[in-house]
Design a protein. Structure first.
Length: 207
């Protein structure tokens, strides 16, 4: 916070469309840093795969020697202690990569803001690094339908994963802006543009 470029965090329920909002911010000049992408990058490291195999056996690593993300997810989302252990390994590595990317963008005039697309923005205290946080809102019905089409998830899978996160009402109350993602893509982009311009203007006036 307090840098030359505002840091904008994105929060919301699973399947609300946080990545779509992040991409829309990106089209306006935001540098999008996706925690999911950084997580995939970290899990692809051989040393991480070796550590996970030493903890939980060959079942979490595919025949190619890479982490089987599906098997890993099934393991940790049923066991709070395994989930905490995994996070203790990967979260510091993700944080270092994120900090490196932010530092590298400091002198780039094309970057108007940093966009943090993280499913655990509040849970990992990443919101403390943000100048503003945007909540992406969508009904559970709409979110479940998206996840069924995109990932083959059942409603039970959605609720199982969401139980590890803060309640949506609490997330929403801690955000400064709300974008509702239940309409057309054009409607979504209009909301994003309005919010982006407000955040840029407010950040400039605070400096």
């Amino acid at each position: 916070m307090g840098g030359s470029k505002p840091i904008i965090g994105i929060s919301g329920g699973i399947g609300a469309g946080k990545s779509a909002v992040a991409q829309a911010f990106g089209a306006l000049g935001g540098l999008v840093i996706s925690s999911d992408e950084l997580n995939r990058e970290v899990l692809s490291r051989p040393e991480v795969a070796r550590t996970l195999r030493s903890w939980w056996g060959d079942g979490v690593v595919g025949v190619d020697g890479k982490v089987d993300r599906g098997a890993l997810a099934r393991l940790v989302f049923e066991d709070a202690e395994k989930k905490r252990r995994l996070e203790s390994l990967v979260h510091p590595l993700i944080a270092r990569r994120r900090a490196d990317i932010i530092r590298a963008s400091a002198g780039d005039p094309k970057v108007k803001a940093i966009i943090l697309d993280s499913p655990l923005l509040f849970e990992s205290s990443l919101d403390r690094e943000c100048d503003a946080v945007v909540f992406v809102e969508a009904s559970e019905t709409r979110r479940a339908e998206r996840l069924r089409k995109q990932r083959g998830w059942s409603l039970r899978e959605l609720r199982l994963r969401e139980r590890w996160q803060l309640p949506l009402a609490e997330k929403r109350s801690r955000c400064q802006y709300v974008i509702r993602n239940e309409g057309t893509r054009a409607q979504l982009h209009t909301q994003v543009k309005n919010v982006f311009e407000r955040i840029i203007a407010e950040h400039a006036s605070d400096r």
